[in-house]
Design a protein around this ligand. Structure first.
Ligand SMILES: Nc1nc2c(ncn2[C@@H]2O[C@H](COP(=O)(O)OP(=O)(O)OP(=O)(O)O)[C@@H](O)[C@H]2O)c(=O)[nH]1
Ligand SMILES: [Mg+2]
Ligand SMILES: [Zn+2]
Length: 274
């Protein structure tokens, strides 16, 4: 039968098919040095309760260990902690690099007197092709169906608060540092996908400790998606939009290209503050 691994505790794999089955994995995976992950689509024997094959993955993350991630919901507070566009751009770039769709959700707009600046920023990220929400926007409920979502964003940004709003039976703790809990639980291998609005989400946030180190400068460039719209007008075919003369990206700085995006891009290239 075919199914999806939705929970792993040590060497027990919960596979969802017509119902859930608690399975073991065949020894061959250990020999092949492949670890079945939550999110994996597998072939299993429902009588013997053994997973025999893992179907090809579209991607896999190390932290949290999840396969076939469709999208990452990047949660960004506009205050407390302060709006951090550097972190936002880093996460968007990393998520893109992993072939995962970034979706952005701003939180804590209620703590600002004036949201004009945030409205402009939201508008920009939408224009370059991203879905952007704030945490009071009900339309966000539609993005989860049939998808595996990994939440990302700074501690205190409001990830657990948002998850509780989306699924009140989750009852996640908010307003306290969740890291200790995450680490403690993962000493014995325990990863789970949580049912969320007809889709799935990982029970721990992702991308918290990822750096851009494994990306080459051109990987970084290519994952600033809006640069790809204009780069054919740069004088050099392989323009890095950095020190080159006659660069279309630099010409459009402050009009079509948000200044902070470009500045963060240059910081990533120089590996500053990473
Ligand atoms: N005013 C306001 N406070 C919020 C909002 N969203 C979350 N908070 C508060 O911000 C604090 C942190 O929220 P959490 O949901 O715990 O943040 P988190 O992203 O899960 O943080 P970690 O688990 O540490 O990664 C809590 O005290 C929440 O009540 C919001 O939209 N407005
Ligand atoms: Mg939390
Ligand atoms: Zn250029």
């Amino acid at each position: 039968m075919e199914g999806k691994i939705i929970k792993i505790i040590s060497n027990s794999f919960t596979v969802l098919s017509d119902t859930t089955y608690i399975c073991q994995a065949r020894g061959k995976f250990r020999n092949l040095k492949i670890t079945p992950l939550v999110g994996d689509n597998v072939i299993f024997d429902k009588e013997k309760k053994i997973i025999s094959d893992i179907k090809e993955r579209k991607n896999s993350l190390v932290r949290p260990p999840v396969a076939n991630v469709d999208q990452s919901l990047i949660v960004v507070s506009v205050k407390d902690p302060d709006l951090d566009l550097y972190l936002l751009d880093k996460l968007v770039c990393l998520v893109e690099f992993n072939n995962i769709k970034p979706i952005i959700c701003f939180t804590k707009l209620d703590l600002l007197d004036d949201t004009k600046n945030i409205d402009e920023i939201k508008q920009y990220y939408m224009e370059i092709g991203y879905q952007v929400f704030d945490n009071k926007d009900d339309r966000i409920r539609n993005i989860f169906k049939d998808k595996i979502t990994v939440f990302a964003g700074q501690s205190g940004a409001g990830k657990s608060t948002l998850l509780n709003i989306l699924n009140s039976s989750l009852n996640l703790k908010t307003g306290e540092i969740s890291k200790a809990l995450g680490r403690g639980r993962h000493t014995t291998r325990h990863v789970e996908l949580i049912n969320l609005l007809d889709g799935w989400c990982a029970d721990t946030p992702g991308f918290s400790s990822l750096s851009l180190n494994e990306m080459t400068p051109s990987d970084i460039r290519d994952n600033f998606v809006e640069f790809n719209l204009y780069r054919d007008k740069c004088a050099y075919k392989d323009c890095m939009h950095d020190k080159e003369e006659d660069c279309e990206i630099k010409r459009r700085l402050g009009t079509d290209i948000l200044k902070s995006r470009y500045e963060n891009y240059i910081k990533f290239l120089r590996k500053e503050k990473i």
